[in-house]
Ligand binder design. Structure first.
Ligand SMILES: Nc1ncnc2c1ncn2[C@@H]1O[C@H](COP(=O)(O)OP(=O)(O)OP(=O)(O)O)[C@@H](O)[C@H]1O
Length: 569
């Protein structure tokens, strides 16, 4: 009963959030936020008041208020310099027990300062306590993060706003409205406040260091969390299509098992679900270094389960999956119809949930539409928060390409990014693939990247393919015939040089041209591990920019597969 009620409350939150995030922000939150801002500005003084006006409330979920700020630096200011004042103002406006989750939304202010003002020794306008100032280094951050011994439920306030329905601890909206007055400006809407102060911010001091992307790739991947170092919040571009999912993911990392449990993210292939899942793990581990996080694809979960039965090691399976603080499970749809694995997952889920451990799930469908799942399983998926990711709109696609180019040190003019982003619209993996091809071709031929070159390279990739899907069989058949080998050869364990290349190219093409997950692709090659597929994918991407032959082989094969697909329509 209680559980059902909790589920309903969270679903109501979802509906509420949809409204607040997707359309207009709930008026009550705005009023309370304006009140917060009014309290905060005089307390923090002119230097930091300008930062306050850059923030905007996004939504309130239970006792968590999501606040968006334009960049990491502003977040640091909120979290470390004016945090005490913020908490007091929030309490006065939203009531006791409400705490903030601060997310970054770059669209909020491109002019916002991204560095610490040189003269900002903090003593000028706000008496900053030494320990808060010291938060400006990554090491300090680590030191201040709670150790597992100190933590109870990750040290987050646990009193939800509505903990006791009979006792509303919030100040009344009426009081706040009265206090604010009808004509009181919303600071976030006041352009004068946005620009005020920032012109004089010197561009120096890089003490704000973000270590989450700096961890050694090998070390991280090999750790039990199994997180891909490239998939962090830093590398994730926020747009209209994923804003809500990002905010929810962020809140979960900041307050595991407190904000929503489970968090269920669904959407079509290649739209960033896996990326968000890994980002949650990275950031949660960054904030709580002792947190035990485990990322797993549902197919690997199935394999682990089956192997544990085969090897009579059920207890070690339970040990692995039930002794985590955060389970990140990808592509849950692959458990469809797998009765016994589902049963095991059901118990794993219950064990974790009952012990206030966070579960995050991704899927290609919302829980209600997941076929092949027991009802009790689906209803559990609905206990927490459900959110989707949509295909990104043009601006976000361009921003993703820009970020990708920046991360990989690729020099790509704007009009080329626009061309790619205008033509590849529904899958971010394909978007990235197109960018790689164009830059690889330019590098191989020592040409500069420009629009005619992009059109030439992508002429066969950018076609109206209709809804027809490319299948694994098509890719394997085409690759085998191209290299004059058999499909069995591709699937074999042979290390023959030609076969290794052919196999890796086939894996790369399956990744780029189909919706198949890494484990699923591995299965097509005699049950190889998903990390082998990841390795092949990365290797071919690199080789395409280094070796003409590989670039040509990949391009010719892609064209061949696409042509076949068109003739079949
Ligand atoms: N908003 C984003 N910002 C930056 N990169 C993104 C974003 N969304 C997706 N990507 C990139 O697109 C690629 C595909 O994303 P991802 O694997 O997370 O998709 P997915 O939804 O999990 O797909 P599938 O369901 O097929 O597993 C990844 O390289 C990821 O980093």
């Amino acid at each position: 009963m209680l559980v059902g009620a909790v589920g309903k409350i969270f679903l109501l939150h979802l509906v509420f959030l949809r409204r607040t995030v997707g359309e207009s922000l709930n008026e009550e939150i705005l009023v309370r936020w304006n009140h917060t801002v009014n309290l905060l500005r005089p307390k923090v003084g002119p230097r930091w008041a300008a930062f306050v006006s850059l923030a905007q409330p996004q939504a309130q979920m239970s006792n968590v208020l999501l606040i968006a700020v334009p960049n990491e630096y502003t977040r640091e200011v909120f979290q470390n310099i004016i945090n005490k004042e913020l908490k007091e103002a929030l309490e006065a406006s939203f009531g006791a027990g409400v705490f903030e989750a601060i997310v970054i939304d770059t669209s909020l202010g491109e002019d916002a300062p991204s560095e610490l003002p040189a003269s900002a020794d903090s003593s000028e306008t706000l008496a900053v306590e030494p320990e808060r100032e010291s938060f400006f280094s990554a090491e300090d951050r680590q030191e201040q993060a709670p150790s597992s011994a100190q933590k109870t439920a990750y040290d987050v306030p646990t009193t939800p706003l509505s903990a006791d329905p009979g006792e509303d601890v919030r100040p009344s909206l009426h009081d706040l409205e009265a206090e604010l007055g009808q004509s009181s400006p919303t600071f976030a809407q006041d352009p004068a406040v946005h620009t005020e102060n920032f012109d004089r911010v010197p561009q120096e001091d890089s003490r704000v260091s973000h270590s989450q992307g700096e961890v050694s790739e090998q070390a991280t991947w090999e750790s039990s969390a199994r997180l891909n170092p490239k998939y962090t919040f830093d590398t994730f571009v926020i747009g209209q299509s994923n804003r809500f999912a990002h905010a929810a993911a962020f809140a979960v990392s900041e307050t595991p098992a407190s904000a929503y449990n489970p968090l269920f993210i669904y959407g079509d292939s290649g739209l960033g679900k896996t990326h968000l899942l890994h980002a949650i793990g990275h950031y949660a581990k960054h904030l709580y270094p002792n947190l035990r996080v485990r990322y797993v694809n549902s197919e690997e979960f199935t394999n682990d389960f089956i192997n544990s039965i085969r090897d009579d090691e059920g207890s070690s399976f339970k040990q692995i999956y039930r002794n985590v603080d955060m389970l990140l499970i990808d592509d849950i749809q692959f458990l469809a119809g797998k009765e016994h694995t589902q049963e095991e997952f059901f118990h794993t889920f219950n064990a974790l949930h009952n012990h206030q451990k966070q579960v995050v799930i991704t899927s290609d469908m919302p829980p209600k539409l997941l076929t092949g799942f027991a009802e009790r399983m689906r209803s559990r998926f609905e206990w927490g928060l459900i959110t989707d990711v949509q295909p990104p709109e043009l601006e976000t696609r361009i921003a993703i390409l820009r970020k990708k180019a920046q991360n990989e040190n690729l020099d790509v003019p704007d009009n080329v990014m626009e061309y790619i982003a205008s033509n590849i619209t529904s899958n971010i993996r394909e978007l990235e693939g197109a960018l790689i091809r164009v830059t690889a071709f330019a590098s191989l031929n020592k040409q500069k990247v420009d629009r005619p070159l992009a059109e030439l390279v992508l002429k066969d990739l950018i076609t109206d393919d209709g809804a027809q899907e490319i299948t694994a069989t098509q890719v394997l058949t085409a690759t085998a015939s191209y290299f004059d080998v058999s499909i069995e050869d591709l699937q074999s364990k042979s290390r023959n040089r030609t076969l290794v290349t052919a196999r890796q190219i086939a894996m790369y093409l399956l990744r780029e041209l189909t919706d198949m997950s890494l484990p699923k692709i591995g299965q097509e090659f005699g049950g190889r591990d998903h990390t082998t597929v990841m390795h092949a994918d990365r290797k071919i991407r690199e080789l395409m920019a280094e070796r003409h032959q590989i670039f040509n082989q990949v391009t010719e094969l892609t064209n061949k597969i696409k042509q076949e697909q068109r003739t079949q329509k």
